[in-house]
Design a protein around this ligand. Structure first.
Ligand SMILES: Nc1ncnc2c1ncn2[C@@H]1O[C@H](COP(=O)(O)OP(=O)(O)O)[C@@H](O)[C@H]1O
Ligand SMILES: [Mg+2]
Length: 311
């Protein structure tokens, strides 16, 4: 049974008379203790999808299942249970830490939802242990968020996500904007946590290197739709031209070559092109791609692609 499953998830926003299709028909599933990567350019809908998976926003359409139970209609009890089971580290981790609360109080938050059965002494002990697990000091719980660096603030947010030992943690751009050495240390920390905790992770990133290091499966999102989903072991042989372009852009950083590089901008989310949303930037587009939207189709075991050339 899948831990978390989303079917046909959509999120449309309305802004100044335009409809923005931030997430448009996403099927996603996560198994127990699995590390899934979600990669895509800025504006492709990654953070919106994460908010949908956390039930922080109501989808415009689609259903969410946790351990096989449907969530959006499950009533308050199932909902509060879900809140404890799925934790998150948000894209702007620093902003998610209340500056007026001590680190100890911040990290304790998910435990306070457990109710009175967990006494204050045990809460304090678990908070201290969580801080140690993420490479901070036990006594840091008496300090305040502004006393920490950007990398350490992400560790605080991670300690909060870990403290109740949840089966699933969703992490949005955990390393973006940090120095390379700090990024490397955080990636190492996540690797260790994956091994020693029972948690499954969703890692959102635009960094394929981080995906290779942390994930066993990668989903590629473009303009609100998953265009390819594949095991990390197949990442070097992608079938979708967008994934190919992401790889080429990455390779170009190390060894400039003649490979196809992505040209143009991602499409305006208020006016997506007809047919395949990638077709205006696609080097192998056909007439059909301008008219018809390719479905995400299984090509081989564990590998799905939404491109007519792959079917
Ligand atoms: N609350 C909102 N209201 C209106 N538009 C939004 C809102 N949140 C996100 N969007 C739009 O939805 C699209 C996807 O955004 P987002 O999920 O943040 O992408 P990503 O995380 O991949 O950068 C963007 O065009 C963004 O401007
Ligand atoms: Mg984002």
């Amino acid at each position: 049974m899948n831990l978390l499953e989303g079917h046909g998830l959509r999120k449309y926003y309305h802004r100044r008379g335009y409809q923005i299709q931030a997430v448009d028909g996403v099927d996603i599933s996560m198994k127990e203790h699995e590390a899934l990567g979600l990669v895509g350019e800025s504006g492709s809908g990654k953070s919106t999808l994460m908010r949908l998976l956390l039930l922080l926003e109501r989808p415009s359409a689609g259903d969410l299942y946790f351990r096989g139970g449907k969530l959006n209609s499950g009533g308050a009890q199932r909902w509060s249970h879900f809140r404890r089971e799925v934790q998150a580290v948000f894209q702007d981790a620093a902003a998610s830490l209340n500056p007026r609360l001590s680190v100890g109080r911040i990290v304790a938050e998910p435990l306070l939802n457990f109710g009175p059965e967990l006494g204050s002494h045990r809460i304090d002990e678990r908070v201290a242990a969580a801080l140690e697990r993420v490479g901070l000091q036990r006594d840091d719980r008496r300090r305040y968020p502004h006393e920490f660096s950007g990398g350490q603030q992400r560790r605080i947010a991670l300690a909060r996500a870990l403290v109740a030992d949840p089966p699933l943690i969703l992490c949005d751009e955990i390393t973006s904007g940090l120095d390379l050495s700090v990024q490397a240390k955080l990636l190492n920390l996540f690797r260790d946590l994956q091994e020693e905790s029972r948690a499954g992770f969703l890692f959102i990133s635009h960094d394929l290197g981080a995906m290779r290091y942390l994930c066993s499966r990668v989903a590629v999102i473009y303009a609100g739709k998953i265009v390819e989903e594949l095991p990390v072991s197949s990442l070097e042989q992608p079938l979708h031209p967008y994934t190919q372009a992401l790889l080429a852009a990455e390779a170009q950083l190390f060894a400039p070559s003649e490979m196809y590089l992505l040209e143009g901008e991602p499409p305006d989310p208020a006016a997506y092109p007809a047919g395949c949303r990638f077709h205006p930037r696609c080097p192998i587009r056909m007439k059909r791609c301008t008219e018809e939207s390719p479905r995400l189709t299984t090509v081989r075991v564990g590998h799905r692609a939404a491109c007519f050339t792959a079917h």
